[in-house]
Design a protein around this ligand. Structure first.
Ligand SMILES: [Zn+2]
Length: 205
């Protein structure tokens, strides 16, 4: 390997430059629910993006990048292992342009797959519009964004949760009492501090 390629070398795991590698924050958790992250292409190179750290931390999770997904491929991702997919999506008024989502029937987390859209609010809405299979999923909204047994970053308003935080809280919600993803949330704080150090103009959104 010559000097130039060494300087530009990327970490094969987190795909960031070696100098900005985030692998030290990977904290393995094994939720009972499966996790699928659908990442909007605009988020891939966003330094603040937490989806890859989420994917690397949650054992057995899948991450796919796209805005419009091939229906057959998306169907396979959603229903792998015969699990029932549920879309993490905020409680919003029914959208007249979309079919009503079916009700979410609570069941053992071991039978479920949490589907997380990693995108800005506008783009996640667009992903819903562009992928009919996502419209047909029951939706899960976070019941209580800051349950007393979780410590999440103070400066964060509920709607500003990162994908990692929202997914960790949703996985805990699906599993019920006793499930703790706090180690993952704690590691995430380190990730945030690292990004703040690298990006001086980091905004709080
Ligand atoms: Zn890395």
């Amino acid at each position: 390997m010559n000097e130039v390629s060494t300087k530009r070398a990327r970490c094969a795991t987190c795909l960031r430059a070696q100098s900005a590698c985030i692998c030290q924050w990977i904290t393995h958790v094994v939720p009972r629910a499966a996790l699928l992250v659908l990442q909007h292409p605009l988020e891939v190179s966003n330094a603040k993006n937490s989806a890859r750290l989420l994917h690397l931390s949650v054992v057995g999770s899948a991450l796919a990048v796209g805005e419009v997904f091939d229906p057959a491929e998306l169907d396979a991702l959603l229903h792998a292992d015969g699990r029932v997919p549920v879309l993490l999506y905020p409680d919003t008024p029914e959208d007249a342009n979309l079919p009503a989502s079916p009700p979410f029937e609570e069941m053992d987390a071991g039978k479920l797959r949490l589907v997380v859209l990693d995108a800005t609010w506008r783009k996640s809405r667009k992903m819903l519009y562009l992928n009919p299979a996502l419209q047909q999923l029951p939706r899960l909204a976070l019941r209580d964004v800051a349950p007393s047994n979780y410590r999440i970053r103070k400066a964060h308003a509920p709607h500003q949760l990162s994908s990692l935080e929202a997914a960790a809280l949703a996985l805990a919600q699906l599993e019920g009492r006793g499930a703790s993803f706090q180690p993952l949330l704690d590691a995430f704080e380190g990730f945030v501090e690292q990004q703040a150090a690298f990006v001086p103009h980091l905004n709080s959104d």
